[in-house]
Design a protein around this ligand. Structure first.
Ligand code: FAD
Length: 312
């Protein structure tokens, strides 16, 4: 637990530097699952210097921190987060085009980068149009869809490392694999990404973007809060197919449910708690293991203790 005097010092230091840090902000308002208790400290920085200051001070005072993009791949405990949550999407979202390259801040929404690419007749990012991610979250996760992944279009990435220094790494150094990047293994923070695209025809770029978005609307339960695919694709199979095969499509557990439209999505059906959601994830894993032999792994990042869920 953050010590009272450390918390007070943190707020004082930030106030003295002119940075706004809020307290006890409900994280369910910042996650696509609409689940999650309060963040002890909450900041929406405007620039890199501010992030640097937040992190350095938090570390000095032993306050844990977590960077949130669009919150579309996180499940937050009902107890919230006893530390500092830094949200990038609110104020760090510039997008700049130079020739066939697009540079975007970590908090820019991927869909806005895609629209900008289309406006500039640049092709390559169409696959990402419907992914509800920030650039930072998409790089962290190596987000992908319809045969494309972020690594296919990324040129380089600027980030704040744990030692408080700003570095740039090129794609080949970023250790990308399926839903994994260099950033998945440390606390470094993506600040900016540069994408290298090709010149294309605006009509065909638009046609592909519209088609992929329509496919999502038809196949995914976008009318319910979710975090997209709850589980990673296991080697040689699909999580949704295994869940369906195990008879769990449409299975409801308290207020959480395996979507009856797309079995890969566990949805917040009716104001589910963290505990209910975790319980359903555990049920799905167990049944799928028994019926198919596959061990499903969560794609969603869990913030909080799974043991907290058992008190709910
Ligand atoms: C309806 C729906 C459909 C989806 N479809 C897809 C899909 O087709 N393909 C796909 O891959 N995913 C999909 N997702 C999941 C999700 O959109 C992606 O995982 C996305 O990359 C998460 O981005 P975010 O900005 O929301 O990150 P968050 O959920 O906010 O964070 C995810 C992780 O990234 C880290 N992170 C965020 N920003 C930074 C940063 N600046 N620096 C360092 N770390 C950071 C966080 O700490 C966290 O660990 C879908 C989700 C939903 C709700």
């Amino acid at each position: 637990m953050v010590k009272e005097e450390m918390g007070k010092t943190f707020l004082d230091v930030m106030k003295d530097k002119g940075y706004n840090v809020r307290e006890y902000v409900d994280l369910k308002d910042y996650t696509s699952l609409q689940i999650g208790g309060p963040a002890r400290f909450f900041s929406e920085p405007y620039h890199i210097e501010e992030i640097k200051e937040l992190i350095t001070t938090a570390k000095e005072l032993q306050i844990p921190f977590f960077v949130l993009g669009n919150g579309s791949n996180v499940l937050v405990s009902d107890h919230g987060f006893d530390g500092l949550i830094i949200v990038t999407k609110t104020n760090m979202n510039t997008i700049e085009v130079s020739g066939t390259h697009i540079k975007a801040s970590a908090g820019a929404m991927l869909k806005d980068v895609c629209v900008r690419a289309y406006e500039e007749s640049l092709t390559g990012l169409e696959f990402a149009y419907g992914i509800p991610a920030t650039v930072g979250g998409a790089v962290y996760m190596n987000a992908g869809a319809y045969g494309g992944e972020i690594k296919d279009v990324l040129l380089k990435c600027t980030y704040l490392s744990e030692d408080g220094e700003i570095h740039t790494m090129y794609k080949d150094e970023l250790n990308f694999s399926y839903r994994h990047s260099y950033f998945s293994d440390n606390k470094d923070i993506v600040l900016e990404a540069e994408f290298a695209l090709d010149i294309g025809k605006p009509e065909s770029i638009k046609e592909i973007m519209d088609d992929l978005l329509n496919r999502r609307k038809t196949k995914q339960p976008l009318e319910y809060p979710s975090a997209g695919s709850t589980f990673k694709r296991p080697e040689g199979n699909y999580a949704s197919a295994l869940i369906e095969q195990s008879g769990l499509k449409g299975f409801q557990h308290k207020n959480a449910m395996v979507s009856d439209k797309h079995a890969g999505f566990v949805i917040n059906h009716n104001q589910a708690s963290f505990g209910e959601f975790i319980e359903l994830i555990e049920i799905v894993k167990e049944v799928v293991k028994t019926k198919t032999g596959y061990e499903l792994e969560c794609e969603v990042r869990i913030i909080g203790e799974v043991k907290d869920s058992h008190n709910k």
